[in-house]
Design a protein around this ligand. Structure first.
Ligand code: ADP
Length: 628
C-alpha cells in the first residue's frame, strides 16, 4: 500500500498544464508577437521560401556531383539558402508540426481514472464487464462538444465595439469510460454568435421589446423613475419585463450581458416563487452517473456541475457498487425543524414555558394548533434550550414531499400565536433563532438530524476494488481512518468526516431544484470503511443526518429540475404515501454520495487524483484572456 502511495506522488511532480495549441486560426490574426505580420502573408512567404531553397540546394548539389566539386565548398548564395531553409523549417514546424506531435503524446486514455501504466488486460476485462453490466439502451453518448473556438473579450470602454481579440483553443474531446460502454464521437457546436450591441439586442427578433413604448420604459428604469422590480406587475408579461430590465441594466452599468441567455426560459414559472428581478438564466451542464443500484432498483442520477471529473468519478463508484450487488439505503428519521427565539423578563418565566412545552400532556393540544397550517405538516416534537431569559424552541415536523421550511414556519407561527394567551409576557424576537439550524454548520443538526436522516451501505468485493477502483481494501480502510476520521478530528470538523459528500449533494441539489444553500448541513456525513469477509471485501457506509430535500415546492416545479426528478422517478407529490418521493430522493442522494466517496477515496489511495484532474478538469484555454 505504501508503494502505491509513493508512486502516487510521481505524477504530481511530472505533470504540467498542457500546452495551448490553436485549433482554429483567426484569419485576421498575427503570426506571432515577434513577427507582427498577417498570418496569411507569413504562411505564403515561408511556404514559397521553403520550396524555393530546397529546389535551389538540390540543383546545386547535383551540379557539384557532376562537376566533382566537394560538397563542403559552399558559396555565399548557398549559405544564405541553408539559413533560409532552417528558418522556414522552424516556422512550418512551429505552426503545423506541434498539433500532430501533441496529439500523439497527449492522447487521453480510455478511462479517466486508469493510470497511463494500466495493464491492457485490465482494460479489456473492464470493457467486457461494461458490456455485461450496462443494460441495453444505457450506453451513454458522452461526446463533449468542442467549445466555441473564438472567445471575444470585452472591456468596459469597448463594450459596444468588440473585435475578436484572441483565438483560444480547447481540447477536442474527452473520452470518459467509468463504468459505461460509451460512444465518444466528436460533435462540434456551431460557432458562438457575435456579441450584440445594446441596440442590436434590443431589436433582436427573438426579443419582444421593439416598440417605442418599451424604449420609453427602459429610459424610465435607467432614470430611476420606474422601479425595476415593478416591471412584471406593470407589464403583465414576465419575459418582456426581463428583457427590458436586462437592457436597462446594460445601459446603466455599461457592461454587456451577452452570453447570459434570455430566451428559452419560462419567466412566468419563477414569478413570486423562485427568483425576483430576472435578467436571464445561467446554464449549468447536467451529467448522469449510474446506473446506481440501490435497494434493488437502478437510478440514473442527474448531477449539475461544472467540476470536471465529478460525474465520471461518481459514475465509477456506481459501477463498483453495481458489480458488487448494489447498495442499501435506509431512512432513519424525517422531520424539518424551525426554532424561534422568545424572550421573557426573567429566566424563571423562560423555564416555565420550557416545562410547559416539554410536558407530554400539552403536546396533543400544541400539535392540533401546529397541524392547522397544512394537511402535510405534522408536529413531531419540541425541543427547548435556554440561554438566560431567552428560550429557543426547536419544532420538528413531517412535511410530506415538501422540503418543508415554509410549512414548518407556518405551524410554528400558529403555536406562537396560541402561546401568547397563556404567556402574554412572551416576547417573540424572531421566528428563526438559529437553533433550527438552517444553512449553517451546527452540531444540533449533526446530532439531532434535520430533514431526512439516512444511512447507506454496500459491500464492495475485493476483485471489484482492484479492477474497477484500482486499489485494495487495506489501502482504502487505512486512508479512511487517517483522512476521514482522524484527519477531520484533527481539523475540528463538524459533520465533515467524509471525502467530498458536498460535491455530490450540491450537484444533485442543483439538478433537482433543491435549495443549494442547504448543502451545508445536507452534506454532513461520516464515511466508514471496514475490511470484511476475512479482509477480502470492503464494507463502506455513509451516514447523513440532515439531508434536506423535497419533490414539491421551491425550484422543483421548474421544467429542467422537474425533468431530472422525473428521471429518478420521484417527480412531484407521491400518489401512494405523502412524503414517499422526497424520502426516496434522500436515499438516492445518500447512495450517490456512497458512490462518490468510494471513487474519490480510491483515486486518492491509488494516487490518481491529480493526474485525472489535470487531464479532465483543466482546460487548455488561456484563462487570462477571458477576463476583460
Ligand atoms: P416548502 O415548505 O418546502 O418551502 P412549499 O410550501 O413551497 O414548500 O410547498 C409545499 C406546498 O405543496 C404546500 O402548499 C403543500 O400543501 C403542497 N403539497 C402538495 N402535495 C404535497 C405533498 N405530497 N407533500 C407536501 N406538500 C404538498
Amino acid at each position: 500500500m505504501e508503494a502505491s502511495r509513493r508512486s502516487a506522488v510521481k505524477p504530481v511532480i511530472v505533470l504540467k498544464p498542457s500546452k495551448r495549441v490553436p485549433l482554429v486560426e483567426d484569419t485576421t490574426g498575427k503570426a506571432s508577437d515577434a513577427l507582427p505580420l498577417p498570418l496569411y502573408l507569413t504562411n505564403a512567404v515561408f511556404f514559397t521560401l521553403f520550396f524555393s531553397v530546397v529546389y535551389f540546394l538540390l540543383s546545386r548539389w547535383r551540379e557539384k556531383i557532376r562537376a566533382s566539386i566537394p560538397l563542403h565548398a559552399v558559396t555565399f548564395p548557398e549559405i544564405v539558402a541553408v539559413f533560409a531553409l532552417v528558418a522556414s523549417l522552424i516556422y512550418l514546424l512551429g505552426f503545423f508540426g506541434i498539433d500532430f506531435v501533441q496529439s500523439l503524446i497527449m492522447r487521453p486514455s480510455g478511462d479517466v481514472w486508469s493510470g497511463e501504466d494500466d495493464e491492457e488486460g485490465n482494460e479489456v476485462l473492464l470493457r467486457e464487464e461494461d458490456a455485461r453490466t450496462v443494460p441495453s439502451g444505457q450506453a451513454l453518448d458522452c461526446s463533449v462538444p468542442s467549445l466555441p473556438h473564438m472567445v471575444r473579450n470585452v472591456t468596459a470602454q469597448r463594450l459596444f465595439d468588440e473585435k475578436p481579440v484572441r483565438v483560444t483553443t480547447e481540447e477536442d474531446a474527452r473520452k470518459v469510460s467509468c463504468g459505461q460502454a460509451i460512444d465518444c464521437s466528436l460533435r462540434s457546436l456551431p460557432p458562438r454568435p457575435p456579441i450584440v450591441t445594446s441596440q442590436k439586442l434590443f431589436h433582436e427578433k427573438t426579443v419582444i421589446v421593439t416598440t417605442e413604448e418599451d424604449e420609453e420604459i427602459i429610459k424610465s428604469v435607467v432614470a430611476g423613475t420606474l422601479p425595476s422590480y415593478s416591471l412584471e406587475t406593470k407589464l403583465g408579461d414576465c419575459k418582456r419585463a426581463a428583457a427590458i430590465r436586462r437592457e436597462a441594466l446594460q445601459r446603466l452599468t455599461g457592461r454587456s450581458l451577452s452570453g447570459l441567455p434570455l430566451d428559452g426560459f419560462d419567466y412566468e414559472s419563477i414569478l413570486g416563487q423562485c427568483c425576483e428581478m430576472p435578467v436571464g438564466y445561467v446554464q449549468i451542464p447536467v451529467g448522469i452517473a449510474g446506473p446506481l443500484l440501490l435497494n434493488g432498483r437502478e437510478y440514473s442520477v442527474p448531477m449539475a456541475t461544472t467540476e470536471g471529473c465529478l460525474v465520471a468519478s461518481t459514475n465509477r463508484g456506481c459501477k463498483a457498487i453495481h458489480l458488487s450487488g448494489g447498495a442499501a439505503s435506509i431512512l432513519l428519521k424525517d422531520g424539518m425543524t424551525r426554532a424561534p427565539v422568545v424572550r421573557f423578563s426573567t429566566a424563571k418565566r423562560a423555564a416555565e414555558l420550557k416545562f410547559y412545552l416539554e410536558d407530554l400532556e400539552n403536546f396533543d393540544t400544541l400539535a392540533v394548533v401546529f397541524n392547522r397550517s397544512s394537511r402535510f405538516g405534522r408536529l413531531q416534537s419540541i425541543k427547548c434550550a435556554i440561554a438566560g431569559k431567552n428560550l429557543y424552541l426547536r419544532f420538528t415536523c413531517s412535511t410530506g414531499d415538501a422540503m418543508g421550511m415554509n410549512m414548518v414556519s407556518k405551524g410554528v407561527q400558529n403555536v406562537l400565536d396560541f402561546l401568547q394567551t397563556d404567556f402574554p409576557d412572551m416576547d417573540v424576537i424572531g421566528i428563526s433563532g438559529n437553533f433550527c439550524s438552517d444553512k449553517k454548520p451546527a452540531a444540533v443538526n449533526w446530532i439531532e438530524g434535520r430533514g431526512k436522516s439516512v444511512v447507506c451501505e454496500a459491500i464492495i468485493e475485493g476483485d471489484v476494488v482492484r479492477k474497477v477502483l484500482k486499489t485494495c481494501v487495506e489501502s482504502l480502510v487505512e486512508l479512511n481512518m487517517l483522512k476521514n476520521l482522524t484527519g477531520s478530528a484533527m481539523a475540528g470538523a463538524l459533520g465533515g468526516f467524509n471525502a467530498h459528500a458536498s460535491n455530490i449533494v450540491t450537484a444533485i441539489y442543483i439538478a433537482t431544484g433543491q435549495d443549494p444553500a442547504q448543502n451545508v448541513e445536507s452534506s454532513h456525513c461520516i464515511t466508514m470503511m471496514e475490511a470484511v469477509n476475512d479482509g477480502k471485501d470492503l464494507h463502506i457506509s455513509v451516514t447523513m443526518p440532515s439531508v434536506e430535500v423535497g419533490t414539491v415546492g421551491g425550484g422543483t416545479q421548474l421544467a429542467s429540475q422537474s425533468a431530472c426528478l422525473n428521471l429518478l422517478g420521484v417527480k412531484g407529490a407521491s400518489k401512494e404515501v405523502a412524503g414517499a418521493n422526497s424520502r426516496m430522493l434522500a436515499t438516492i442522494v445518500a447512495g450517490a454520495v456512497l458512490a462518490g466517496e468510494l471513487s474519490l477515496m480510491s483515486a486518492l489511495a491509488a494516487g490518481q487524483l491529480v493526474k485525472s484532474h489535470m487531464k479532465y478538469n483543466r482546460s487548455s484555454k488561456d484563462v487570462s484572456n477571458l477576463s476583460s
